[in-house]
Design a protein around this ligand. Structure first.
Ligand code: ADP
Ligand code: TRP
Length: 322
């Protein structure tokens, strides 16, 4: 059984990416052959249009994954574009992809609805994503809710390919990542790069503390009791603090008579501690970039072997190979 997922290197990873996705990928690793994770630089190219930025983001994403605990002996980590077979499979799938299906996909649809002009890369994005999944005979694809539609597209495209050319591609299933892990940003809305409200995993502790101090809180007087469950600051604290510390903090909220500054300080301390080990590992990996490139190279070799096998099967099925 193969688990596969990808994440776009569009900027520094934030707490939302960690608790909503990366941590869960890492928990799901097991056997090298069975857990494939890749850095989706070809997808990022639809938005990141600067060579140096894309190269740097891709390397940063690899460093972040490794620092956060992705173990190259228990998972295969690679860069999407290092497996050119995927782009070829993408074409085979594109030839049978209904326009209507792609027009309904939200990334394209939302952009059009805003009256913005979209390019063919964005339109085709779900087909490339289908190729990413199908190229490795993936069974399970852990993703956030926003990506479930794309897994359906992958299933549809695989189903119709099989229908036209005979059983060739494995139909994948989405595994919805824990939705309760929806992490709020400094403004209380969902944390997202596009809202500019992120707290980044590897932000320098000093600057992180400053950003934490800016988290929005309500203006009720200090001594009034407050409900912890609905407070974004408390939600963030509970991601990092141990159960008993969390319970003690919740109690303080309910009693009232505390300042939010105190909670912010506790959050800053807890989050800096939480990522301290990962931060040290990242420094170590960053100092050995050649080792990181070797890991990505090894990962690509494992992934390519599988993708070449699936591509050949698909080529034979549709008649572009003997
Ligand atoms: P962003 O919104 O910052 O551009 P992405 O869309 O690249 O983030 O998200 C990559 C992964 O991280 C996805 O699987 C997504 O579900 C998860 N993720 C992003 N933001 C959050 C959040 N605030 N809470 C939980 N998960 C998140
Ligand atoms: N589109 C996904 C995202 O933006 C990233 C991605 C690309 C992906 N290819 C994939 C995720 C294949 C899962 C499987 O989050």
């Amino acid at each position: 059984m193969r688990i596969l997922s990808g994440i776009q290197p569009t900027g520094r990873f934030h707490w939302g990416n960690y608790f909503g996705a990366i941590r869960q990928y890492i928990e799901l690793q097991g056997e090298r052959e069975n857990a494939f994770y890749f850095i989706a630089n070809l997808h990022a190219l639809t938005t990141v249009r600067n060579r140096q930025t894309l190269l740097q983001n891709t390397l940063d994403a690899a460093l972040d994954f490794l620092a956060l605990g992705l173990d190259p002996n228990r998972a295969t980590l690679f860069v999407q574009s290092d497996v050119p077979e995927v782009s070829e499979l993408c074409w085979l799938l594109t030839t049978g992809a209904p326009m209507g299906l792609l027009e309904r996909c939200h990334a394209y649809k939302d952009k059009k609805a805003k009256g913005l002009s979209a390019d063919a890369g964005l339109f085709n994005y779900p087909v490339l994503m289908a190729a990413d999944i199908l190229a490795y005979d993936s069974d399970i694809v852990p993703v956030g809710e926003d990506q479930v539609q794309h897994i359906e597209v992958a299933r549809d495209l695989a189903g119709s390919f099989n229908h036209e050319f005979g059983e060739t591609l494995v139909l994948p299933k989405a595994k919805l990542l824990d939705a309760s892990a929806r992490v709020p940003g400094v403004d209380g809305e969902k944390m997202s790069k596009s809202y500019g409200n992120t707290l980044d995993i590897f932000e320098e502790p000093k600057s992180l503390r400053k950003q934490i101090m800016r988290i929005v809180t309500d203006s009720r007087p200090m001594d009034q009791p407050k409900e912890p469950g609905t407070d974004p600051l408390f939600q963030l604290y509970s991601l990092f603090a141990a159960d008993d510390a969390c319970e003690a903090m919740a109690e303080k909220y309910r009693r009232g008579g505390f300042g939010y500054g105190e909670v912010k300080k506790a959050l800053a301390d807890a989050s800096v501690d939480y990522f301290a080990e990962a931060r040290a590992r990242r420094v170590e990996f960053a100092a050995h970039e050649d080792r990181v490139r070797e890991i990505l190279g090894d990962g690509a070799a494992v992934a390519r072997k599988k993708a070449a096998e699936v591509l050949r099967r698909a080529q034979q099925a549709c008649g572009v190979w003997q």
